[in-house]
Design a protein around this ligand. Structure first.
Ligand code: ADP
Ligand code: MG
Length: 353
């Protein structure tokens, strides 16, 4: 049997952009690929270039350099309406004087789809987004979450080959945001539409994303899977951005590193980090209070955070954060033991801060 080599659905290669040569912001070379049915999350602080990158893919901006290939065809020279994609923004941008149905049908109307067919398709898509029977409702009767679902229905009804979402749920309250996130995950699985979503919300990002791209000042800091960005931060900034509490000093020699917890094995992906002073990255959940451990910990503080207790302790001259599931009450000054639950540790070249 012949096996056909298939290219990734979307290939963004060396795309750069500058708004104005006099201004400081520029998007440095961005490259990534996306498969059908996968969701790429773009994360980064405000002003890091997330929306700029999305607009380059949408065709609202033209790259200075680089190529964008979708379904085997270059699209970076095409106007937005020829790119066969949909973009969803923070605000739904609906037409308030029209009904829900009329808003959903706009794209189909522009494509010349006859009215009876438009109605069938729109009612079906409204059903899919959980708005069955809303076709004839005035837009003014909807809540914020319902409006954003109308915007999603309007995007989905034209059967786009790619969906771009720019902080789509950031204006909704947390509970609704979570519901919409689950719903989007279902849609992605059911329809296999590749999606690129920009979000500020780390929990939403980590729940929904299959792949990640993290930007800082227009420069990609890291891209990869959840495992990569969660466990294997590419640099000190990424470790902080991913909320890693414990970045401590160590001295590396080959595959071993001397730390406040003793002599430990280096993660296999870090053996090429130059020997000498390094940063050791320890997620707080990798440390456990354990009175049987020979490594002594002195409690500095402990605070219950709803689902876990955040304990700060002094261990061999380092102050570290340890997260214990559930509620525990440790008195300041208590001496106990601490244990590392991983067999090796992530190391980064030491950066001068
Ligand atoms: P993000 O979406 O990550 O918050 P943006 O991509 O919107 O960031 O913006 C990145 C940078 O580009 C910011 O410094 C912003 O001020 C600048 N910028 C955005 N839009 C324009 C524009 N139309 N003209 C000039 N500069 C812009
Ligand atoms: Mg933005």
């Amino acid at each position: 049997m012949l096996t056909r080599w298939s290219e990734p659905f979307l290939q963004v290669t060396d795309v750069t952009y500058q708004y104005d040569h006099m201004k400081s912001f520029s998007l440095a070379k961005q490259s990534f690929t996306l498969e059908k049915g996968k969701l790429l999350v773009i994360l980064g602080p405000s002003g890091s270039g997330k929306s700029t990158l999305l607009q380059l893919i949408a065709g609202l901006l033209r790259p200075n350099q680089g190529t964008i290939i979708m379904g085997g065809k270059p699209i970076h020279q095409l106007p937005p309406e020829k790119r066969n994609l949909s973009m969803i923004f923070q605000k739904p941008y609906l037409l308030p004087f029209l009904t829900v149905g009329a808003n959903v049908e706009i794209g189909l109307k522009l494509k010349g789809v006859p009215s009876s067919e438009r109605r069938v398709k729109s009612e079906e898509i409204l059903h899919q987004v959980g708005l069955t029977g809303f076709y004839q409702r005035p837009l003014s009767s909807l809540s914020g979450g319902q409006e954003q679902r109308v915007a999603l229905a309007r995007s989905l009804v034209i059967e786009p080959q790619l969906m771009l979402l720019d902080e789509p749920f950031s204006q909704l309250d947390p509970l609704l945001r979570r519901q919409m996130g689950h719903w989007l995950g279902d849609m992605k699985r059911k329809w296999e539409i590749p999606m690129i979503m920009v979000t500020h919300d780390r929990e939403e990002a980590l729940t929904l994303g299959d792949q990640f791209l993290i930007l800082r000042d227009g420069v990609a800091q890291q891209s990869g899977t959840l495992e990569n960005i969660y466990y294997e931060p590419a640099n000190r900034w990424m470790a902080d951005f991913m909320g890693i509490d414990n970045v401590v000093d160590g001295i590396k020699r080959g595959t071993r590193v001397t730390t406040f917890l003793g002599d430990l094995e280096v993660h296999p992906h870090c053996v090429n980090v130059p020997d000498g002073p390094v940063h050791i990255v320890l997620r707080s959940e990798w440390l456990q209070m354990d009175s049987a451990s020979s490594i002594e910990a002195t409690i500095e503080s402990s605070a219950f955070r709803g689902e876990y207790t955040e304990v700060r302790a002094h261990v061999n001259g380092e102050s570290v954060v340890i997260k214990q599931l559930g509620f525990s009450n440790y008195e300041r000054g208590t001496k106990t033991g601490v244990r590392l639950t991983t067999s090796n540790v992530w190391c980064l070249p030491k950066e001068v801060m």
